[in-house]
Design a protein around this ligand. Sequence first.
Ligand SMILES: [Zn+2]
Length: 122
Amino acid sequence: MYGRYGTDTFTFFLLGLGLVLTFCGSLFFWPITLLGDAVYIYSIFRMFSKNIPARQREYYAFMRFWGPVKKWFALQKRRFAERKTYRYFKCPNCRQDLRAPKGRGKIEVTCQKCHKVFITKT
Ligand SMILES: [Zn+2]
């Protein structure tokens, strides 16, 4: 593997996508498995590629899409873990996600992002 690109998050995403496409193709419509095979071949091509700058550009383009998705799932996980102690809400002005301890009644909230002051119930 010397001088080869190797693996990154995009490669693992492609392998997972290939697995899903192969599984869906075997259940529903067989040409979808060919698409899954193409995704596998592309991920193997990326791993053995010597054109590292091109693979890094692909990775950064992927992360522009995947970063917000990953961040959203992390927020949902945190919201679920803290569901008994915190209430989550959005700022009515800028849609920033905010949280406050539960069971405090009506509270005045100042948004950290846009400094809008509003009243909400926790
Ligand atoms: Zn705000």
